[in-house]
Ligand binder design. Structure first.
Ligand SMILES: NC(=O)c1ccc[n+]([C@@H]2O[C@H](COP(=O)([O-])OP(=O)(O)OC[C@H]3O[C@@H](n4cnc5c(N)ncnc54)[C@H](OP(=O)(O)O)[C@@H]3O)[C@@H](O)[C@H]2O)c1
Length: 242
């Protein structure tokens, strides 16, 4: 049985790879930077004695990422597919060029959907888990993070469809919506709240892997923030700068 981590080389993905290896899972790790991945795989094998395979893919260019992941998986059963992949841009506002829009959609939405579709039959055979990651940024549309938030909202809808279609006994469908995390995505950003540690979220994600299907904010305090943001009347919400 192999757990697959898409976006495994840094931040939450790296922390998930560490936590899964510590818990004895064999791993297939996917990201674009081959050197990071090969070093991470060797380190996890050495320290935790589990099988770890790296797969370098640039998800902004790969025409069929699902087929590449399936090919790398070979005959192994897929116990879990975790997709902490994501990319955002400072200039993600109106006026972004078509190439940049395509790249944001490819990495944040198209690749996760394509990989999920390709692996679904294998996950169903194993009665496994599929785990996606949205964002607090997708709660309401703002004038920044425009394409990123649209992609994350799309991903959230896709996971809701999966939950609607599959009972937790056949496939556990888990969707996490993080607030701020200390990672490359937030490096050097001025944040209104202290970021959570990826290792803390990763421990929570791995602990809840056997625990059915759900959609939740992480840490849980962000559920309250989301509720307040949703309840704000438009005339007030328009003035929110964050
Ligand atoms: N950080 C936050 O504050 C925050 C807040 C809300 C939601 N989230 C979401 O939480 C998840 C984890 O975020 P994070 O902060 O841990 O991100 P991160 O540290 O930037 O890591 C992103 C991962 O995605 C991979 N990736 C990016 N572009 C890729 C490409 N073209 N092809 C293949 N892999 C690619 C990166 O690997 P390479 O560099 O090797 O390509 C890396 O492993 C993401 O879905 C993110 O959107 C994060």
């Amino acid at each position: 049985m192999t757990a697959i981590v898409i976006g495994a080389s840094s931040g939450l993905g790296r922390a998930l790879a560490e936590e899964l290896a510590r818990n004895g899972h064999a791993l297939l790790l996917v990201a674009s930077d081959v050197r990071d991945l090969v070093a991470l795989a060797a380190d996890l094998r050495l320290r935790h004695g589990v099988a770890v395979e790296p797969l370098a893919l640039d998800l902004s260019r790969e025409p069929d990422p699902g087929a590449r992941v399936l090919e790398a998986l070979g005959e192994d059963e897929a116990s879990a597919l975790l997709m902490p992949v994501g990319v955002s841009r400072e200039d993600d506002a109106f006026g972004l060029g078509v190439g940049a829009i395509g790249q944001l959609l490819a990495i944040n939405l198209h690749a996760p959907l394509a990989i999920a579709h390709a692996l679904l039959p294998r996950l169903l055979v194993a009665r496994g888990a599929i785990v996606g990651f949205g964002s607090i940024a997708a709660v309401r549309g703002r004038g920044r993070n425009v394409v990123y938030a649209a992609a994350k909202r799309g991903l959230e809808t896709f996971f809701e469809s999966l939950r609607h279609r599959h009972a937790p006994s056949e496939l556990r469908v888990q969707f996490w919506k993080p607030g701020f995390l200390r990672s490359n995505l937030t490096f050097a950003m001025k944040l209104p709240m202290a970021p959570a540690e990826p290792s803390d979220l990763a421990a929570d994600v791995v602990r809840r892997l056997p625990k059915g299907s759900f959609d939740r904010y992480a840490p849980a305090k962000w559920a309250l923030v989301a509720r307040v943001l949703r309840a704000l009347p438009w005339s007030l919400f328009r003035r929110v700068k964050a």
